[in-house]
Design a protein around this ligand. Structure first.
Ligand code: NAP
Length: 283
C-alpha cells in the first residue's frame, strides 16, 4: 500500500480509498469547511459524514471550495435512525444529496441496525430501508451500499431479504475493541470493514505499548494506530479538525509494523467499547 488513494475493491468493483477523513462532532460552518479543504489538500480522497452529524452542508461546501473535482472524491453518508422505512429513506437520501450539493453518493450506509423508534418492529423498517437503497443503487444514485454497526445477527436478518449484499460494514474498531466475531463474519462474506474511532478518540495515545511502538517506528502514536488498522485490513476513518493532525494522519505509508509490534498492540487493554451497543442504543 503506497498512498491514500490506493484502497480496497468492494464487491461491485468500486475502489474504496484506504483512509477516510472522519467528520463526527465536527461542527458545521467554517471549522468543517476548513477541515474538508485541508484534508483534500493533504491528499485524502475519501470523506465520511452522516445526516446525524449535521454538517453535510459544510462538507459539501468545503468540497466545492477545495477545487477538487467531485468525481475524485469518495463520499459517504448515512441514513439516520428516524428515517428507517421505504419512503423516509428515499426522502432522507434526497436531502443528504441536496445538503452535500452532489448528484450521487459513493457509499450510503444504514447508520444503526435497530433504530430506537422502530425497536418493537425490527427488522421490518430496516429491511424496507435496505430495499429503498437497493433501488437507489440500481438507479445509479449510490455507487455502493452498506451498513454500519451491524453485528452478525443483524447481517443475517439482512441477508434473508436482501437482493444486493452489503458491500461495507462500518463498525467501532480500534486497539482495545477488536470485535472478532463481526470481523470474521464480514471477512467470510466479503464485506469490507471500515473502522470508526480508529484513534480510540485519542484515549490510548499515551498507552505505554503504543508509546513504545511509536518510538521504535519513529512515528506518532496516531500514525501507529492508523497503520494498525491498515495492516488488519480495515479502512480507518480518523477525525481531526486540527490542520497539523489532519496532515500527520496521512503519513502512514512509509513504515510497516512488524508482527511482534502488532501482537503487542493487540494486547492493549483498558479502552474497550467507546460508543453505543448496536442492540441497545437509545437513539
Ligand atoms: N458509524 C458510526 O456509528 C460512527 C461512530 C463514530 C464515528 N464514526 C466515524 O469515524 C470517525 C472517527 O471516529 P471518532 O471521531 O469517534 O474518533 P477518532 O478518529 O478515533 O478520534 C478523534 C479524536 O482524536 C483527535 N486526533 C486526531 N488526530 C490526532 C493526532 N494525530 N494526534 C492526537 N489526537 C488526534 C481528534 O482531535 P481534533 O479533532 O481536535 O484534532 C479527536 O479528538 C468519525 O469522525 C466518523 O466519521 C462513525
Amino acid at each position: 500500500m503506497k498512498k491514500l488513494t490506493d484502497g480496497t475493491i468492494l464487491a461491485n468493483g468500486t475502489l474504496l480509498p484506504c483512509v477516510g477523513y472522519g467528520t463526527w462532532r465536527t461542527p458545521s460552518g467554517e471549522v468543517c469547511e476548513n477541515g474538508i479543504m485541508t484534508a483534500l489538500e493533504a491528499g485524502y480522497r475519501h470523506i465520511d459524514t452522516a445526516a446525524a452529524y449535521e454538517n453535510e452542508e459544510s462538507v459539501g461546501e468545503g468540497m466545492i471550495k477545495s477545487g477538487v473535482s467531485r468525481k475524485e472524491v469518495f463520499l459517504t453518508s448515512k441514513l439516520w435512525n428516524t428515517d428507517h422505512g421505504a419512503d423516509k429513506t428515499k426522502k432522507a437520501f434526497e436531502l443528504s444529496l441536496k445538503k452535500l450539493k452532489t448528484e450521487y453518493l459513493d457509499l450510503y450506509l444504514i447508520h444503526w441496525p435497530i433504530a430506537y423508534g422502530y425497536r418493537d418492529t425490527y427488522p421490518k423498517q430496516m429491511l424496507e430501508s435496505w430495499h429503498a437503497m437497493e433501488e437507489l443503487y440500481k438507479e445509479g444514485l449510490i455507487k455502493a451500499i452498506g451498513v454500519s454497526n451491524f453485528l452478525p445477527h443483524h447481517l443475517e436478518d439482512l441477508y434473508k431479504e436482501a437482493e444486493i449484499a452489503p458491500m461495507v460494514n462500518q463498525i467501532e474498531l480500534h486497539l482495545g475493541y477488536h470485535q472478532p466475531e463481526a470481523v470474521a463474519y464480514c471477512k467470510k462474506k466479503g464485506i469490507v470493514l471500515e473502522a470508526w474511532s480508529p484513534l480510540c478518540k485519542a484515549k490510548c495515545l499515551d498507552h505505554p505499548i503504543v508509546q513504545k511502538v511509536s518510538a521504535e517506528c519513529g512515528k506518532t502514536p496516531a500514525q501507529v494506530l492508523i497503520r494498525w488498522c491498515l495492516q488488519k485490513g480495515y479502512t480507518p476513518l480518523p477525525k481531526s479538525v486540527t490542520p497539523s493532525r489532519i496532515i500527520e494522519n496521512t503519513k502512514v505509508f512509509d513504515f510497516k509494523l512488524s508482527n511482534t509490534q502488532i501482537a503487542a498492540l493487540d494486547t492493549v487493554s483498558g479502552v474497550g467499547r467507546l460508543g453505543s451497543h448496536p442492540d441497545s442504543c437509545m437513539f
